[in-house]
Design a protein around this ligand. Structure first.
Ligand code: ATP
Ligand code: MG
Length: 356
């Protein structure tokens, strides 16, 4: 059956990096992937044309797609839009919410070829390969009530940290399944010494553990997890946590690898439909200069093939091709180092295609 892939280039470096990823997808079509590729607008580029960051047309196409490849959204050009609901970032949040993309997978991998990119000592990070599973559509980012109001003569701001058992259970299952496919070790991160909602979180994870006797479950408070991530990150394999803790920990984990331009991500819903995007943002400082590293986006295509399109062999071929170009010494500016060959966005794409 022909699968549908929707490409949303977005803003900043988004169009440049997705262009290279689309070339990789087209190469996969030649290698047997039965898929059609469509494009649409999201974020600031959609606002400029339609006056909204998530036009109905884009949302319709997204609902009908098996998988979505997103570049990045946002940039200084749109920072002054007064109506917050029209900011580019809302386009992305809207897509996540509308498609129910509750399961965010963020790998943090240190490529051996880039060991010198991390600011941590090699013995601490070499071989690092962590998968953070972050809940993406609940928690304090979406809890009700929320707002800013007058109380006793002054303004107070408040948000509510809410998780239902079923929300915890479904992200828990994603994490346990992931642990089962990897090294059978799962660490659940919470703040159960202070927050009731995470006492429930811990209870549900323990209950699930009984169904996955082959997976070793541990629990850690988020403050300790932050410390351990920097002190001895290789103790982690799969980490599962809520929306806000996951936001912070996955950014920290990404930086351990020292190369934000290399890290892909996936956001999945219950039907296995997914949105795939690099972990980094739209990098307005280097947009339009053919400087951006397209590898995070190309590796996001590999995740798409693995998690939404059931083509694990093509995913492996892409990952191997990326390994090959790194072995060959090709480097975009963000991962440049002495003695290596500096290449542009397009040249990096050329090299991956050749390797593929
Ligand atoms: P966001 O708010 O969307 O997460 P951000 O402000 O956190 O964005 P990024 O857009 O990710 O930040 O950029 C952070 C820095 O990393 C910038 O200096 C940018 O140029 C650089 N950077 C990000 N992505 C890439 C890439 N693919 N290739 C090269 N440099 C990149
Ligand atoms: Mg950021």
């Amino acid at each position: 059956m022909t699968r549908r892939i929707l490409v949303l280039p977005g803003d900043g470096i988004g169009p440049e990096i997705t262009a290279q990823a689309v070339r990789v997808l087209e190469a996969c079509q030649k290698l047997g992937l039965d898929a059609e590729i469509e494009q649409s607008l999201v974020g600031g580029s959609a606002y400029d044309v339609h006056g909204v960051p998530l036009p109905d047309e884009t949302l319709d196409k997204a609902r009908n797609a098996d998988a979505i490849l997103l570049g990045a959204v946002g940039g200084p050009k749109w920072d002054r839009i007064e109506d917050l609901s029209k900011r580019p970032e809302k386009g992305l949040l809207g897509l996540r919410k509308e498609l129910g993309l509750f399961g965010n997978l963020r790998p943090a991998i240190l490529y051996p070829q880039l060991a010198d990119a991390s600011s941590l000592k090699p013995e601490i990070v070499s071989g690092l390969d962590i998968m953070i599973v972050r809940e993406l559509t609940g928690g304090i980012y979406f809890g009700q009530p929320r707002g800013i109001e007058e109380r006793d003569g002054q303004r107070v701001g408040f948000n509510t940290y809410v998780y239902s058992e079923s929300e915890i259970e479904r992200i828990g299952r994603v994490a346990f399944e992931m642990a089962r496919k990897r090294n059978k070790k799962l660490c659940s991160v919470d703040k159960a010494n202070v927050l009731e909602v995470t006492i429930l979180w811990r209870e549900v994870m323990d209950r699930l553990a009984a169904e996955y006797p082959d997976v070793e479950l541990s629990h850690m408070y988020v403050d300790n997890a932050a410390m351990q991530l920097v002190r001895a990150p290789k103790q982690f394999d799969v980490v599962v946590t809520g929306n806000m803790f996951g936001d912070i920990l996955s950014d920290a984990a990404a930086m351990l690898t020292g190369s934000i331009g290399m890290l892909p991500s996936a956001s999945l819903n219950e039907r296995g439909q997914g949105m795939y995007e690099p972990c980094h943002g739209s990098a307005p400082d280097i947009a339009g200069q053919n400087l951006a590293n397209p590898l995070a986006t190309i590796l996001s295509v590999a995740m798409m093939l693995r998690y939404s399109l059931n083509e694990p062999q093509l995913a492996e071929r892409i990952e191997a091709a990326v390994g090959k170009v790194l072995d060959d010494g090709l480097r975009t500016a963000d991962i440049a180092s002495e003695g290596k060959r500096r290449v542009s966005t397009v040249e990096m794409g050329d090299a991956v295609l050749a390797a593929l």
